[in-house]
Design a protein around this ligand. Structure first.
Ligand code: GRF
Length: 190
């Protein structure tokens, strides 16, 4: 019988600390995921995420040119891209080539608190300023509308006891680490 579970060759795109990347690496090493993290691509040469990748012997590159990125993905026969804290806008060629094969994690309950300028602490500041009682995280497919592609998985967290945007961020990031792994698992089963 044919194996019903998919096994992706994943590239994770990052720009910063890479704690979501770490969650994926850990899940893959513990065989919670069938897929393999084959490439880490950063938009920033000083991103700590690059160190995390190297520590686990995953090829880590810093690229910004779209054609060079496409070449790198082809060389590693990547079939799923995970944007995890990637701060650059994805180019049209990449969007077309990886349509329905590129996902992003966003630290809010999309469609709320998404779109241009809504990244990192900006999201949590806006959630705090709005006096929200719940926040959360969303994994969605990437299309040309920033934070607008089809949603794959979303989870909430109670933030009534959070006294600052930083405290919201601390709660949401914990949720994200499980959500990103669960989203890849879900795609493996689709
Ligand atoms: C996360 O909150 C993610 O949702 C957002 O950027 C942050 C990246 O954190 N897109 P890290 O680099 O994975 O620690």
């Amino acid at each position: 019988m044919q194996d019903p579970l998919k096994k992706f060759r994943i590239a994770v795109f990052v720009s910063g600390g890479g704690s979501n990347l770490q969650a994926l690496i850990d899940a893959s090493e513990k065989n919670e995921l069938r897929s393999e993290i084959c490439l880490v691509l950063s938009s920033d040469p000083s991103a700590f995420a690059l160190e995390r990748a190297k520590k686990h012997r995953i090829e880590a590159v810093c690229l910004s040119d779209e054609d060079e990125i496409l070449d790198g993905l082809e060389r590693h026969t990547i079939d799923l891209i995970v944007l995890a804290g990637y701060l650059k806008i994805i180019g049209a060629k990449l969007l077309t080539k990886y349509k329905n094969r590129m996902i992003n994690i966003h630290p809010s309950l999309l469609p709320r608190f998404g779109g241009m300028g809504m990244y990192g602490m900006n999201v949590h500041r806006a959630v705090f300023a709005a006096g929200e009682t719940v926040s959360g995280a969303t994994v969605h497919f990437v299309d040309k509308v920033v934070d607008g592609g089809e949603r794959i998985l979303q989870r909430e967290v109670d933030i009534r006891d959070c006294a600052s945007p930083e405290e919201i961020q601390e709660k949401v990031i914990v949720l994200e680490h499980q959500l990103i792994v669960d989203a890849v698992k879900l795609l493996e089963e689709r």
